[in-house]
Ligand binder design. Structure first.
Ligand code: PLP
Length: 388
């Protein structure tokens, strides 16, 4: 009997330890892990540099209040700002907290310039921004919000790709448009570069803010440090989480100077957010992942993986409908429900995870080896041939 609440549908498997791209189960089996905690362990399991960092820092200082200076956080914030569009950073502990804080930053900005009625956030219908009360209503998903009323007000929705509905939904009360550059849970749907460019222009024209939820596709996952870099736009507010801690819970909101002006002392806080232990790990992850050569390697690996997956799609059109994604955020959209496919991959000691629209999500660590991608391709090919 389990004393854990039943809010997850867990697979009957647990793990004793992990190393790089592999997980070792309690019953002694070795699995190729292309879930990596859902795009969290960007440097794989038990990365030696991260292990050393956490060991060293844990002997010095774990936690102090944000009532004091935290040099490790100053350092990480500086790195994030020097690498990106951002001028300021606010640390949290998770993705949902970061997206919710992003919403607060947007509203507070308009409040601070004397426009408190500009407070509505326009989001993509059935997007994913986390599981807090505000963020589930931001997603506009019936499944996630059912039974959790009353509805949190302040969110409007448009349909992904429907530019007409997007323009129609902008009102004088709209404060910001919030999008995932690549819809993760929603089925690895990429916003094309030209759309993101137009979206930025539209926000400028309407004098509203652009929030780019980069919790899943950020921190190198897309092959660029941020997915929106490829379209050369600058959002106003960017929540991040998943990858930045490499497995340690860290979230953050990156913002430009303009919107940061609303966040005066006392407007937001977090007991754990940005503590020295978390920040030490974040710095170590950042030093590796923000490196140009590291990101170039992610792009090369991605190209190789996507090319081969597309060849499998050509070979097994009755199984694979489409290959989606960018960088190492990859979706294999199947013709049918993906449950059986994922189960068969798992029987072959290969772990993946589902997303919406019959998609099998494939999320290797960003430092995955080419030979490990080959191993994955071999198993995917085998399962395709069995299911065709
Ligand atoms: C995972 C995710 C979140 C929520 O992150 P949590 O750490 O689970 O709260 C928010 N936005 C996006 C795009 C995500 O993928």
């Amino acid at each position: 009997m389990s004393y854990l609440a039943k809010n997850y549908n867990r697979k009957k498997i647990s793990f004793k330890y992990g190393k790089g791209s592999y997980l070792y189960s309690s019953d002694g089996k070795k699995y190729l892990d292309f879930v990596q905690g859902i795009a969290v362990n960007c440097l794989g399991h038990a990365n030696p540099k991260l292990v050393k960092t956490i060991k060293d820092q844990s002997k010095k200082l774990w936690h102090v209040s944000n009532a004091f200076q935290i040099p490790e956080g100053e350092k990480l914030a500086k790195k994030l700002c020097q690498k990106t569009f951002a001028d300021y950073v606010m640390f949290q502990n998770s993705g949902a907290e970061a997206t919710e804080a992003a919403i607060k930053v947007a509203r507070r900005y308009f409040y601070s310039i004397g426009k408190p009625n500009k407070n509505r956030i326009l989001c993509v219908k059935n997007s994913f921004h986390g599981r807090t009360l505000a963020t589930i209503f931001a997603s506009g998903s019936k499944k996630m919000t059912e039974g959790f009323g009353p509805k949190v007000p302040g969110f409007d929705h448009f349909v992904f790709g429907d530019h007409k509905s997007l323009k129609k939904k902008i009102t004088k009360n709209t404060a910001a448009i919030m999008v995932e550059n690549i819809m993760g849970e929603g089925g690895i749907k990429v916003i094309p570069d030209f759309c993101l460019k137009e979206l930025r222009k539209l926000c400028n024209k309407k004098k509203i803010l652009l929030i780019a939820d980069s919790v899943q596709d950020g921190v190198g996952r897309s092959g660029d440090f941020f997915a929106f870099e490829q379209s050369k736009i600058k959002p106003d507010i960017v929540p991040i989480a998943k990858g930045i801690g490499g497995g340690f819970p860290i979230g953050a909101v990156l913002m430009n100077k303009k919107v940061a002006s609303g966040m005066t002392p006392g407007t937001h806080g977090s007991t754990f957010g940005g503590n020295p232990l978390a920040m030490a790990v974040g710095n170590a992850v950042m030093d590796i992942v923000s490196n140009k050569m590291f990101l170039k390697n992610v792009k090369n690996l991605s190209k190789y993986f996507l090319l081969n997956l597309n060849q499998l799609k050509e070979k097994y059109p009755s199984v694979i409908k489409e290959i989606r994604g960018r960088g190492l955020l990859i979706g294999i959209q199947l013709q049918k429900d993906q449950t059986k496919f994922i189960k068969k991959l798992m029987d072959n000691r290969f772990l993946t995870i589902r997303a919406a629209e019959n998609v099998v999500r494939v999320l290797p660590p960003l430092n995955v080896k080419k030979s490990e991608i080959d191993q994955a391709l071999k198993i995917i090919s085998k399962v395709c041939s069995e299911l065709k």
